[in-house]
Design a protein around this ligand. Structure first.
Ligand code: MG
Length: 238
């Protein structure tokens, strides 16, 4: 008996960092009359809320480091949790440099590492200022990054590492990842894992939805966000 539908955003309901498709927003609205809905994103809650054009929904952001509830009276998000984990930038920098050296990821454009306020870290292989065309051409099938994924994970044991974006690794301080965040939400709101269905696009090795996909939560694959309405109707949810 499914009661809670949880969604990844980028690649599942929209293109990366782009406003939600009106058609997908309409499907969410229809689903909201039958189920509790929850966003589980890699970005910050406010960014997700704006991408959804302020759709009324609770939002987990930054892999569970943020949690915000929708306040219907104010038609706004209320931040309930906002974890910030300190980052030893020098130690991170040193390990990224060693990986660059080892795999020949030099030179790079701009900065070698991108630090986020939350304590999350991005290792942009081509650098923070690389041209979009270079980034898109670098690793479209993710093979290059998957080939060294295990080595990056072992270089950063205090982080959960994901193959992110076009050409980077994203890292969230442990224990934060989408599975952990979803478990905490279920405890907070009284759902059992069997009552949850998750929609995601990034379930392959190293993907940011993989921790959910590889867990006991039921998972629906959305390989193309334009097909999201079809995935919902095939699952007979409405
Ligand atoms: Mg995604």
């Amino acid at each position: 008996m499914i009661k809670l539908l949880a969604f990844d955003l980028d690649g599942t309901l929209t293109q990366h960092k782009v406003t939600i498709e009106p058609e997908n927003r309409a499907v969410l609205a229809a689903l909201s009359s039958k189920y509790r809905l929850l966003m589980v994103g890699a970005g910050g809650c406010m960014r997700i809320f704006e991408q959804l054009e302020r759709f009324p929904i609770d939002i987990i952001g930054n892999y569970g480091m943020q949690y915000a509830e929708y306040d219907a009276a104010k038609q706004a998000l209320r931040m309930m949790e906002n974890h910030v984990v300190p980052c030893d930038r020098e130690r991170v920098e040193r390990r990224v440099s060693a990986l660059r050296e080892q795999y020949g990821f030099v030179p790079y454009a701009g900065e070698s590492v991108q630090y986020h306020d939350s304590g999350c870290v991005t290792f942009p292989i081509l650098g923070t200022k690389a041209a979009l065309s270079d980034k898109l051409a670098f690793d479209p099938d993710r093979k290059k990054r998957r080939a060294i994924y295990a080595q990056v994970c072992s270089a950063f044991p205090e982080y959960n590492v994901f193959v992110g974006g076009t050409s980077s690794f994203d890292m969230a301080p442990k224990p934060f990842d989408k599975r952990y965040a979803l478990c905490r939400y279920c405890e907070r709101c009284g759902f059992s894992p069997g009552e949850v269905l998750f929609f995601g696009d990034d379930y392959g090795p190293g993907g940011n939805d993989a921790p959910v996909y590889e867990s006991d939560f039921a998972f629906l694959k959305v390989d193309d966000y334009k097909r999201f309405p079809m995935v919902v109707s095939a699952a007979d949810l409405l």
